[in-house]
Design a protein around this ligand. Structure first.
Ligand code: PPS
Length: 301
């Protein structure tokens, strides 16, 4: 596949460069292995957790693992998140590839992707796999992604907050436009086995959303197990959990001293970052690009 190489602004530290796959920015190791990723062979009993980056992936992964293990915390301590859930398009030369990890994993597998719907390897739909999609309001999503770029050397340097704000709005960030991502999966949800959830609902009423997840996966959970899962997947508990807080990733890749992976876990933190002018510009752009969709987000409680 022909790829157009892109110049990447770096701050002097080593960063993995990015390039385009079918118009969507990706780290170059993903671009270079795109044909294998596209040909990924899903299995009918795969469960796929899909999100735009920073929308609540890790939280959902922890919840799903606890549901699958009937609330048994010891079993979810078997390995860090990135080992328990192969991230199918992710390749870090020094750490390995999500594809290899997935191919070596016995069934049933729970996999992770950030791919927009049009880039989903077709075999997931051909095999009629179950898919959980989680969306987060774009203002908090943007803030979280900005801080993640700062601490994660496997992504381009974000530049200044003002520069990153523009990159996000124009979709010139890895995995592309937030607007297109959430809309693409929203439109697909009724044609496939997709459960579409929202970060803000998980935050507002975790027990209700966890029960919904359990029903989707086919697990009936009694109240005490539900309460246990709510507790173990609260932000404060997960932040202290070395198997869920990404502290197991080498510091050369994720530097938690720059910004912790488990940063704030809040709804409305964007108010501490957006200027009044940025908020107006964001809202105007949002209304134009989200016109005609029934998707609705909570931006604050
Ligand atoms: S990634 O890298 O795309 O997989 O990141 P992802 O897990 O999708 O998103 C990380 C953000 O989710 C927050 N998070 C949580 N919020 C509330 N409760 C729980 N339990 C939880 N676990 C993770 C995490 O703190 C990141 O958001 P910010 O706003 O940066 O804190």
């Amino acid at each position: 596949m022909a790829l157009s190489r892109m110049e990447v602004k770096c701050d002097g530290t080593e960063r993995i460069p990015v390039d385009y796959v079918k118009g969507i920015l990706q780290p170059t190791p993903t671009c270079d292995s795109w044909d294998q990723i596209w040909d990924f062979q899903a299995r009918p009993d795969d469960l796929l957790i899909c999100t735009y980056p920073k929308a609540g992936t890790t939280w959902t992964q922890e919840i799903v693992d606890l549901i699958q293990n009937d609330g048994d915390v010891d079993r979810t301590q078997r390995a860090p998140t990135h080992v328990r859930f192969p991230f199918i398009e992710w390749i870090i030369p020094s750490m390995g590839s999500g594809l290899e990890q997935a191919n070596a994993m016995p069934s049933p597998r729970t996999l992770k992707t950030h791919l927009p719907f049009q880039l989903l390897p077709p075999s997931f739909l051909e095999k009629n796999c179950q898919i959980i999609y989680v969306a987060r309001n774009p203002k908090d999503n943007l803030v979280s992604y900005y801080h993640f770029h700062r601490m994660n050397k496997a992504l381009p340097d974000p530049g200044t907050w003002e520069e990153y704000f523009e990159s996000f709005l124009t979709g010139k960030v890895c995995w592309g436009s937030w607007h297109d991502h959430v809309k693409g999966w929203w439109e697909a949800r009724d044609q496939h086995r997709i459960l579409y959830l929202f970060y803000e609902d998980l935050k507002m009423n975790p027990k209700h959303e966890i029960r919904k997840l359990g029903e989707f996966i086919g697990k009936k959970l009694d109240d005490s197990v539900l309460d246990k899962i709510v507790h173990h997947t609260s932000f404060d508990v997960m932040k202290q959990n070395p198997m869920a807080n990404y502290s197991a990733v080498p510091a050369e890749i994720m530097d938690h001293s720059v910004s912790p992976f488990m940063r704030k876990g809040a709804v409305g933190d964007w108010k501490n970052h957006f200027t009044v002018a940025q908020n107006e510009r964001f809202d105007e752009d949002y209304q134009r690009r989200m016109a005609g969709t029934s998707l609705a987000f909570h931006f604050q409680f």
